[in-house]
Write a protein that binds this ligand. Structure first.
Ligand code: UDX
Length: 449
């Protein structure tokens, strides 16, 4: 099938390459000349495991092209995917949907073939219905219809989530629209990927409800962590025990620094704002609490760091390991790690930040922090190491070797990611959020002297 993709950010670029991989003929359009030039030459503008290989193979198959020319992107396409951003409006919790509106207008004005406009962007519930009504009120030649097909991709797992999603959701207004979507995703459906066909508002609800549930699950376990700390209980053991109950499940129950990134924080705020517009503020009031618990994690981490260095950051060197909002990503949007680093820096600490992939993006956002390309360099002579993003390489650090390069062997694990017994046994004072601090000792098995 000939498909167009409007918007080549994270979602659009991955979607375009995956659709070409599935055998479709795809033209992807963006207004950003730099992005189009990078993508056209097989270079990813962002870090995503496996994406560059997929992109290059799709380009060399001849089934994928990137263009700055919208007519070229839309020509002969029967399906147009809208993959533009819906950022938070400045000074408000609501989503800015001008890019979605503009994309639909652009398609309506320039498409040369009857087709289906398929929204993938996360939008306030009711947007698809409004767009459908607007399209119907301005009958275009050729005829165009709206459908919604929310994406659930996680950064770091974007290819897997697009090619092997847990489910496909089709919000449609007609049997024809459903038939087109079944054809687009035919290969995945034949492989047994479940699909749910529903109306437009329900499809939009699935996305915001899923993100709200995930955010709530994380804040739930973080609220438990707050109580655990007060009573001397252990949140990791608690989560483990809870997870055996398959009604609860063990995933998304890792307590720590909480959620960040370009989706969960903004999506729960936009959903609450939309509920307010719909007169349903009470129904989603709990999301405000979810947000508050999440923001509090960053403050708790800074307080724990402060306590570990004796209550005073001035004159203290602190290494922050991780800048991305989660591992396997170079995305620093609303990154809890950077927030904690910036906060300690403001309080007078000499903060050195390391990240395997996100330093350029972090430096652009927080230029006054010190960045180190090398973990060892970041940790040299520090009074405290704060593990803020659980990249695998940090979990493999040798605590004995690092003990000899720091000024004081103290570790704050804000992600409950490292083997704290092992670190404590190598002479480190270890504090993990939601757990009792471990005092340093030297395990005979670890002592090399
Ligand atoms: C999320 C949704 O998972 C995805 O379905 C949606 O399409 C977009 O938003 P993403 O933002 O890529 O994806 O990240 P995700 O893996 O969901 O993690 C979000 C944040 O929660 C990260 O900061 C992560 O560190 C944090 N997190 C996750 C926890 O603090 N604890 C957990 O147990 C899980």
């Amino acid at each position: 099938m000939r498909l167009s993709v409007i918007g080549t950010g994270y979602l659009g670029a991955v979607h375009a390459a995956c659709m070409a991989h599935l055998g479709h003929d795809v033209r992807a359009y963006d207004v950003d000349a730099n992005k189009i030039s990078l993508l056209s030459s097989g270079v990813s503008p962002f870090y995503e495991p496996g994406f560059e290989e997929l992109l290059q193979s799709a380009l060399s198959s001849g089934r994928l092209r990137f263009t700055l020319n919208v007519e070229e992107a839309l020509a002969n396409a029967t399906v147009h995917f809208v993959c533009v951003g819906t950022p938070q409006l400045p000074g408000s919790d609501a989503a800015d949907i001008q890019y979605v509106d503009n994309a639909v207008k652009l398609i309506a004005a320039s498409a040369d073939t009857p087709g289906l406009i398929v929204g993938k962007s996360t939008v306030p519930v009711g947007t698809a219905q409004r767009l459908a009504e607007e399209l119907a009120a301005r009958p275009s030649a050729p005829a165009l219809e709206i459908a919604w097909n929310p994406e659930f991709l996680r950064e770091g797992k974007a290819i897997e989530d697009t090619l092997r999603p847990n489910r496909l959701v089709f919000g449609v207004d007609s049997e024809h629209a459903e038939k087109v979507l079944l054809q687009v995703y035919g290969t995945l459906i034949d492989e047994g990927i479940p699909h749910v066909t529903t109306d437009l508002p329900t499809s939009e609800m699935v996305k915001v409800a899923a993100n709200s549930f995930l955010a709530t699950k994380i804040s739930f376990i973080n609220a438990m962590a707050e109580v655990c700390e007060l009573v001397g209980a252990d949140v990791v053991t608690l989560a483990n025990a809870l997870g055996y109950d398959d009604r609860i499940g063990s995933r998304f129950l890792t307590a720590g620094l909480g959620f960040g990134g370009g989706c969960l924080p903004k999506d729960i705020r936009a959903f609450s704002a939309r509920a307010g517009e719909l007169g349903a503020s009470d129904s989603l009031r709990f999301l405000h609490e979810v947000d508050k618990i999440n923001v509090r994690r960053r403050e708790k981490a800074v307080a724990a760091a402060s306590a570990l260095v004796g209550g005073e950051f001035l004159g203290k060197n602190v290494a922050v390991l991780g800048a991305a909002f989660k591992p396997n990503s170079d995305d620093v949007r609303d990154s809890p790690a950077l927030n904690v680093a910036a906060s300690m820096h403001l309080r007078g600490a000499d903060v050195r930040v390391h990240d395997p992939k996100a330093i350029p993006n972090a430096r652009a956002r927080f230029p006054t922090l010190t960045y180190c390309e090398d973990v060892e360099k970041a940790c040299r002579d520090v009074d405290l190491i704060v593990l803020a993003t659980e990249w695998e390489e940090y979990c493999n650090i040798d605590p004995l070797a690092f003990r000899s390069i720091v000024r004081a062997p103290r570790l704050l694990d804000t992600r409950n990611a490292i083997d704290r017994e092992y670190w404590a046994g190598a002479g480190w004072l270890v504090h993990a959020l939601g757990r009792r601090p471990l005092t340093p000792h030297i395990d005979a098995s670890q002592e090399r002297l």
